[in-house]
Design a protein around this ligand. Structure first.
Ligand code: AMP
Ligand code: MG
Length: 335
């Protein structure tokens, strides 16, 4: 199939494709999403085919008006209302008991549905001109999420009906996913809204153990996406946990001409090997913004090994850690 590349002013055309049961990649403030009509099970099934996504990994439903939530969930409890008031539109996904309208393809057979209200003007306009949209990240399953138009073209050209060009994504990692469907609030995936921000609104909130550690053999994932290999470039990724001096010394001893380093801007001219900067030291938002593009760049430059700094496990650093530890298959070297 030919994939149309649409400008941000061609949302009406994209909405028509969605209403006809087609697939459109859209920019959001987190990463590009691959969207279909959330209430059309056949259209949603095609998302899984285009991505090669396992059918048991549920999708997030995106809305552009808080009133749309009533058709999607059975309950909208007080703590959900408070989070929505504070963080929507924005990079927060809330899991709630699902209404019977939600097709099994969206919820992957679970009794819950994940809902988010994105802030990107193009995403909001597309939903407004069509309907609530089921949308995972617009990458081939397993590879780093797309944060630019070119990433989406690289993975999805010929597999979907259209891509809307919305420039580069501002946050760079996916939304925070929190479940309010099982007693105490629990973050299943860290993202653009931090645990600290969430606790300041609804108080005590757990962080699922699978955010920072691999699932034990046979352990059931609260968020099915957690059990899959994720965000991986072809190159081997290794996290280095230690001081910046130890980091530099390790690289100097170990690098070869196929080694890349996801380095701080300050290190770009002092490390001896291929450097892919991910922002200034201590700027975890910049690390998040650059991470997926940097992993893709390592593959484009035919690297076989990528070393990266271990981010702080707090604030948006926790989201970076969660992605990069999976990209690394949990390989961390303590320096
Ligand atoms: P992506 O679609 O790539 O943004 O990933 C969405 C993430 O949300 C995946 O890790 C899913 O497993 C998770 N997710 C979506 N819906 C649910 C749900 N109802 N319950 C638990 N996790 C969910
Ligand atoms: Mg994804």
């Amino acid at each position: 199939m030919d994939t149309l590349i649409l400008g941000a002013d061609e949302v009406e055309k994209a909405a028509q494709i969605i209403k006809n049961g087609g697939l459109v990649a859209m920019p959001t403030e987190t990463v590009y999403g691959l969207a279909a009509d959330a209430l059309n099970g056949n259209a949603v099934a095609n998302i899984f085919k285009a991505k090669g996504r396992p059918m048991d990994n549920p999708l997030i439903v995106h809305i552009s008006d808080i009133s749309q939530i009533t058709g999607l969930v059975r309950e909208f409890p007080e703590n959900a209302r408070r989070l929505a008031e504070k963080f929507w539109p924005g990079p927060l996904t809330i899991i709630l008991p699902k209404s019977d309208n939600i097709p099994d393809e969206v919820s992957a057979g679970l009794d819950t549905v994940a809902v988010r209200f994105p802030s990107h003007p193009v995403a909001k306009a597309l939903i407004g001109a069509s309907c609530p949209l089921a949308a995972p990240s617009a990458n081939l399953s397993g590879s780093p999420s797309p944060t630019t138009l070119r990433h989406v073209i690289d993975d999805m050209n010929g597999r979907i009906d259209a891509i809307i060009d919305g420039g580069d994504c501002a946050v760079g990692v996916e939304s925070t996913v929190i479940t309010l469907a099982e007693g105490k609030p629990r973050i299943l995936r860290p993202g653009g809204i931090t645990a600290e921000q969430i606790r300041s609104v609804i108080g005590e909130t757990d962080i699922d153990a699978a955010v920072t550690a691999p699932l034990a053999d046979g352990q059931k994932a609260s968020s099915p996406g957690m059990k899959y290999k994720h965000y991986s470039p072809k190159a081997e990724v290794i996290l280095l946990d230690g001081s910046d001096d130890d980091f530099a010394e390790y690289i100097r001893n170990e690098y070869d001409d196929k080694t890349a380093v996801l380095c701080y801007n300050e290190e770009k001219d002092v490390l001896p090997c291929m450097c892919i900067p991910v922002g200034a030291k201590n700027d975890d938002s910049a690390y998040a913004y650059h991470l997926f593009a940097a992993l893709r760049e390592a593959d484009e430059r035919k690297c076989s090994r990528v070393y990266a700094h271990c981010p702080k496990k707090e604030g948006i650093g926790l989201a970076v850690y969660n992605r990069i530890i999976r990209a690394a298959g949990f390989k961390v070297i303590k320096l």
